[in-house]
Design a binder for this molecule. Structure first.
Ligand SMILES: [Zn+2]
Length: 249
């Protein structure tokens, strides 16, 4: 039997890949993209995966969902609000948990991508994997749920290959993007990594919420993103692209 993604119990309950409250609220006319590399156009929005145990599903995962419903609900419906550091942190934790469940749907392809330690530490310590980044953006359209994910390989200038996983998902007016890098570098080298991106005016459209800063941000941002695809593939520079170290400040 499959093991729970987040603990050592057996996976004995089916997790809603897109939260039911979100689907009920948006009533999407269509679902687009991929979950964990599998195209979802053949599925309705109510997708379930046997990937977690009852204790996790009805315990910390349910608490995390409940804490985020008012926040993410406002963001996806384009309501005006401010996000303080603790709210940014709650959304980041939810976004990475959701990315891990998406990645688990296609285990045959990359075995869930995230390591057991990364998943367990998220549950036990609310700790996100090292070299994880989370951004929010505002989608110009509406009424859509979707996701797409990419795995990317980079050649490190300090030697070895780093593996990246990018997951971008869309819920109404909200775009969420998570990127995690598994790097062979030392801690000191990793602190200086600058993730290569396809050229774009990303800072105009996106707000980085993790790693967290102490600032409170205002929502919605001034500019919207009209297409998920260019955003979703902005890390895909081609395989084994060198990562240059960032200059020391
Ligand atoms: Zn569990």
């Amino acid at each position: 039997m499959r093991q729970c993604l987040f603990c050592d119990n057996s996976a004995n309950t089916r997790e809603d890949i897109w939260p039911k409250w979100m689907v009920d609220r948006l009533r999407p006319s269509r679902v687009r993209g991929f979950i964990g590399g599998d195209q979802v156009r053949t599925h309705g929005p109510y997708v379930k995966s046997l990937c977690v145990c009852n204790t996790c599903n009805n315990g910390w995962m349910s608490d995390l969902e409940r804490a985020n419903v008012p926040l993410i609900g406002c963001l996806m419906q384009d309501l005006v609000l401010s996000l303080d550091p603790s709210q940014k942190s709650a959304i980041s934790l939810w976004a990475v948990k959701t990315t891990m469940t998406f990645a688990s749907v296609n285990r045959r392809k990359h075995n869930g991508w995230f390591t057991r330690d990364e998943r367990h530490q998220l549950r036990c310590l609310s700790l996100l994997p090292t070299l994880t980044f989370v951004w929010l953006g505002r989608f110009g359209g509406t009424g859509v749920i979707g996701s797409t994910s990419h795995t990317i390989k980079y050649e490190m200038s300090t030697g070895g290959i780093a593996h990246g996983y990018a997951c971008t998902f869309l819920a109404g007016r909200l775009l969420l993007q998570v990127f995690t890098l598994h790097s062979p570098g030392s801690d000191e080298q990793n602190q200086r990594i600058a993730i290569p991106l396809i050229d774009g005016d990303w800072e105009r459209f996106l707000v980085q919420i993790y790693p967290a800063t102490s600032t409170t941000i205002q929502w919605p941002p001034q500019d919207s993103i009209s297409g998920i695809d260019s955003l979703a593939s902005r890390f895909s520079m081609g395989t084994e692209k060198p990562i240059p170290p960032r200059a020391k400040p």
